[in-house]
Write a protein that binds this ligand. Structure first.
Ligand code: UGA
Length: 442
């Protein structure tokens, strides 16, 4: 099929390359000429394992190209995906719909032949119905320009795998104008469907809500275990053992019960806030007030690590030398949007500590957000002569650090394991004071 993908960020660029891998002819569209130039050269402007190889393969094969020209995409493709961002509005919980609206307002008037638009961006419920009507109104082909909603569930760090082998496909259809949307989507995803991937069709509102509900549930699961971690901390219980034990119940499951610094990134935090804001607009704010608590528990974890750090360096953070290992919001990503790791590094810095940050991939992005932090060349350099080490992102490089060798570099062998990811015994055996979150301190 001939496909266009509007937006070439983490979602759009991966989706474009993934669609080319599935055998489609793809054109990626973005308003940022610098980004398009790099992608057209086969370069991925962010870190995502496996994506550079996939992108280069299909740019070279000619099946994938990039442009800033929406008219070129409208002319070329029969299916148009929307993969632009819906960030949190400044000073508000609601999602900023500017970029999605701009794609529709640009693309729809250019549709002179039948086309299907499939939205992938995470949007407030009600958006798709509004956009479907707008497309019909603006498109020269009128009713033959159709819109469906096809939410994306990919995880950063596993984005290629999630795109090529999704665990489910969800398609929201405008029930009053069903048209060709399902038929076209089934053709796009024929490969996954042939492998018996569940393909669920719903109305537009349900599809939009599936996405935010999934992220709200994941956020709630993480905050649940972090709330229990708070209780563990005052009772001497161990939250990691507890999570293992309850996780054996298949109704609960062990995944996303990793207690620690909590969730960050470009999705979970803003999605729960936008969901609350939308519920408020719809007059059912009480239904989601628990998400406010989910958010509060999450943010408290960061305060807690800063408090622990102050305690461990003798009460005052001023002048304390602290290594923060990790800046990305999770490993295998260079994304620092709402990163708990970078947040605590910044707070310790503002409190007067001499903070040295190292991250295997996110240094450039972290430096843009916090240019006044000290960035070290390696984990070992960051830890030289420090009073405290904080592991804030669970990169395997940090999990595999040799605690014995590291002990010789620091002033005080104290580590806060902000992700409960270190082999505790090895660190304590090497003579470190080990502090996990929700776990006994050694
Ligand atoms: C999330 C969802 O997992 C995807 O399904 C969804 O498609 C995506 O948002 C999106 O909306 O686009 P992602 O933001 O890549 O994916 O990250 P997650 O793997 O969900 O992790 C989010 C945060 O939770 C990270 O900061 C991670 O460190 C934290 N986390 C995760 C925990 O603190 N504990 C856990 O047990 C698991």
């Amino acid at each position: 099929m001939r496909i266009s993908v509007f937006g070439t960020g983490y979602l759009g660029a991966t989706h474009a390359a993934g669609m080319a891998e599935l055998g489609h002819e793809v054109i990626g569209v973005d308003i940022d000429p610098a980004k398009i130039e790099r992608l057209q050269r086969g370069e991925v402007p962010f870190f995502e394992p496996g994506l550079p190889e996939l992108l280069r393969k299909h740019v070279d094969s000619g099946r994938l190209r990039f442009t800033t020209d929406a008219a070129e995409a409208a002319e070329f493709a029969d299916v148009h995906f929307i993969g632009v961002g819906t960030p949190q509005k400044k000073g508000e919980n609601a999602a900023d719909m500017r970029f999605v609206d701009a794609v529709i307002d640009t693309l729809a008037p250019l549709l002179t032949r039948p086309a299907v638009i499939l939205g992938k961006s995470t949007v407030p419920v009600g958006t798709a119905a509004r956009l479907a009507a707008r497309v019909r109104e603006l498109a020269p082909v009128g009713e033959q320009a159709e819109l469906g909603w096809n939410p994306e569930f990919l995880r950063e760090g596993f984005a290629v795998e999630d795109t090529l082998r999704p665990d489910r496909l969800v398609l929201g259809i405008d029930k009053a104008h069903p048209g060709r949307v399902e038929e076209v989507a089934r053709e796009v995803y024929a490969d996954a469907i042939s492998r018996d991937t569940p393909f669920l069709t719903t109305d537009l509102a349900t599809a939009e809500l599936v996405k935010v509900s999934a992220n709200a549930f994941l956020a709630t699961k993480i905050s649940f275990i972090n709330a229990v971690a708070e209780v563990c901390e005052v009772t001497g219980a161990d939250v990691a053992d507890l999570a293992d034990a309850i996780g054996h119940d298949v109704r609960i499951g062990r995944k996303f019960l990793g207690a620690g610094l909590g969730f960050g990134g470009g999705c979970l935090p803003k999605d729960i806030r936008a969901f609350m804001a939308r519920a408020g607009e719809l007059g059912v704010d009480q239904a989601l007030t628990f998400l406010r608590e989910v958010d509060n528990v999450n943010m408290r974890r960061r305060d807690h690590v800063v408090d622990l750090a102050a305690r461990e360096v003798g009460g005052s953070l001023k002048g304390a030398r602290i290594a923060v290992l990790g800046a990305a919001f999770k490993p295998n990503s260079d994304d620092v949007r709402d990163s708990p790791a970078l947040d605590i590094a910044g707070r310790l810095h503002l409190a007067g500590s001499d903070v040295r940050v190292f991250d295997p991939e996110a240094m450039k992005n972290a430096e843009q957000v916090w240019p006044t932090l000290n960035f070290a060349e390696s984990a070992l350099t960051a830890c030289l002569d420090v009073d405290l080490v904080i592991v804030a992102t669970e990169w395997s490089e940090f999990r595999e650090l040799d605690p014995m060798a590291l002990k010789g570099r620091v002033t005080c062998p104290v580590v806060i394991d902000g992700r409960n990811c270190l082999p505790t015994e090895q660190w304590t055996d090497a003579g470190w004071r080990y502090i996990g979150l929700g776990r006994h301190a050694s």
